[in-house]
Design a protein around this ligand. Structure first.
Ligand SMILES: [Cu+2]
Length: 150
């Protein structure tokens, strides 16, 4: 009788250990699942953000901008990219032309023309700032008669 009771207690203790292990495993799995869910949620948020920015209607525009060289390209593109809402600006040194993409809820074509002109460069609509032109390196002092959109 005594022996049998002791054996029974021993069994109970084993059962307790087993359930503790099970609980611990479940907790670990839950933590892993929770962590990966968190990561997935974060990824989904990022994806959504990308989709939203794709959904925003981007306006593509090309117009003439005078300039000579790679340094001009840097200055012109930096000026255009500095306008809030502009996502892409590529000036072509041979064609004397810039391609820009911008969010037309944030800016417009004239703001981009003005920003480029302020950096010293003539666009087909706005003459470049003379003061900024004076500050350009010698190689960048382009001819104001230069044909644009070549
Ligand atoms: Cu230049």
């Amino acid at each position: 009788m005594n022996f049998s009771k002791k054996n029974h207690e021993h069994k109970n203790k084993n059962a307790n250990n087993v359930s503790k292990k099970v609980i611990l495993s479940v907790a670990v799995i839950a933590a892993v699942v929770f962590t990966s869910c968190k990561n997935e949620t974060k990824k989904e948020t990022e994806t959504t953000t990308t989709e939203v920015s794709k959904d925003i209607a981007m306006t593509d525009l090309s117009f003439g901008v005078r300039g000579n060289c790679g340094m001009c390209k840097n200055t012109i593109e930096k000026a255009a990219n500095g306008v809030e809402g502009v996502s892409k600006a590529t000036w072509d040194v041979d064609k004397k032309k810039i391609d820009v993409s911008f969010d037309d809820t944030k800016t417009d074509a004239m703001a981009i023309h003005n920003a480029i002109a302020a950096s010293g460069y003539d666009t087909e609509k706005v003459a470049g700032s003379e003061e900024a032109y004076e500050g350009l390196p010698g190689c960048c002092k382009y001819d104001h008669e230069m044909a644009m959109n070549q």
